[in-house]
Write a new protein. Sequence first.
Lengths: 119, 374
Amino acid sequence: MKYTEEHEWLRPEDDLIVVGITEHAAEQLGDIVFVELPEVGTEVTKDEECVVIESVKAASDILAPLDGEIVEVNEMLVANPGKINDDPMGDAWFFKIKPSEPEQMDEYLDEAEYNRLIG
Amino acid sequence: MSDLPDELRGLPLHDLHAELGGKMVPFAGYEMPVQYSPGVMKEHLHTRAAAGLFDVSHMGQVILRGADAETLALGLEGLIPAAVLGLAEGRQRYGLLTNDEGGILDDLMFANRGDHLFVVVNAACKAADIAHMRAALPGIDVVEVTDRCLLALQGPGAEAVLARLAPEVAAMRFMDVATVVLEGAECWISRSGYTGEDGYEISVPNDAAEALARRLLADEAVLPIGLGARDSLRLEAGLCLYGHDIDTTTTPVEAALHWSIQKARRTGGARAGGFPGAERVLAELEGGASRLRVGLRPGGRAPMREGVALFQGDEALGRITSGAFAPSLQIPISMGYVPRALATPGTVIEAELRGKRAPVTVDSLPFLPANFKR
């Protein structure tokens, strides 16, 4: 498991990377009321906005952490955005990406480094 | 508090908010709690279900005194379109300070408290409002009350909670004001608020404010509520936020606040006009304004917030002035200005959100019926 400084978590699953937001991020955003997911098959570039999240407070973007193709999105979140507050590290993943440059994972933080960041 | 950036001012209940877990943010020059640990959604729903305690001590509290009641009332009528003369002792009204173009300088509450008028104005406007009143009202004393906090207790449980401290508050009706002793302190209470719920606003001496707040919070019906939920509550109730839904570029009629101008101040009334911008405002009361503030319901689930542009085809209509997800309705809601011809509820227009057009339906205000004790 890796973490970005933008408070995303990246979990390898076979040759895919599952992306979600951390507990810390979900807590900071507050009650999430709307999610717009990318379309399956979209080619994304690292740092490109690919998910919109709206909480009761404000809108925020999730950036693609890697270059690659979106191969699966968690449609359940569209009807149940509050799930992101309830289970951000588990069921409330956003999308799975097939990275075209898997070595981009190396620059991200491990859990200890991430915990220091939010410490 | 001198180490705070931009000389943010702390208010008397600052430490209590911190102790209660309030997340403090700068607001109108003060450090204010935007939310507590339950978060905006739960705080909002709790206020509608039971009772919420809001610290709104950043707002301006002002006392106006004149040679006699009539001089005082007519003086204030020179600055606002509402009728002040004729407001009974112990009653409060909503009013607007207007400029020479009929734009709105601020919105306020004013109460007839016998030998004086008690006025509550917005925090961000209070210095300008006081200067404006002093300059325009010679012979009237304009005194800012700086030794009192302002608390709002709002929600269907508010009456029972406050009546446990002072039974007489139960008999007050919406927009009544009274002096009531709470926890040994002389409080100036109005039965009003900014949530669409029944409730009270309580002006309490600074040195008694914390004890009163703690006593109210000790009631199991009451939770502390931050500015975040205050905003979503007032939006569901269709109430304007100054600097967003109304400002110097909007008139009372455009803002659909014509109800705050009583008959005596309108054309043909006993004291018609006589306030800044009266010519335009009275003309709009007669013939209608070219645009109106309306409720807007976005078609999808995405909230449309302040600044989102409104269209009909290629024609830019205006912008959304407030918008959020409505916790009690579980849908996004907004307010904004549209041309009068498109202001009828049910009219479908478009909004541009993140580069994409989406349908928005004009709706009547408030989104949620008020729950006042009439």
